[in-house]
Write a protein that binds this ligand. Structure first.
Ligand code: FES
Length: 99
């Protein structure tokens, strides 16, 4: 099992290697979405960018094409942003949500 710490929620989840970050958060009732995006989101298709997280520490795979395209503008302000729905957990991570 790997640990994913959601820094701004003060919670650490035990996650199976290969788990999807967004799905792990939802399964553990951890709010990955802010405001109205709790309802209005693309359900993990990588299209709405409302599941943005900042990877504070830990290794994740390179951004895929969907992430690069939909985060292009936001990455200029914060190059550590990722889409939670596109991240496969393969290492212990510390992440920050609602960024
Ligand atoms: S849930 Fe829409 S981009 Fe991740």
């Amino acid at each position: 099992m790997l640990e994913v710490t959601f820094e701004n929620h003060n919670r650490t989840l035990k996650v199976e290697p290969g788990a999807n970050l967004r799905e792990a958060a939802i399964a553990n009732k951890l709010g990955i979405y802010a405001h109205i995006f709790k309802i209005l989101n693309c359900r993990g298709r990588g299209l709405c960018a409302s599941c943005r997280v900042e990877i504070v520490s830990g290794k994740v795979a390179e951004r895929n094409e969907v992430e690069s395209k939909n985060l292009a503008r936001a990455l200029k302000k914060n190059p550590n942003l990722r889409l939670g729905c596109q991240i496969t957990v393969e290492d212990n991570l510390v992440v920050r949500t609602h960024v």
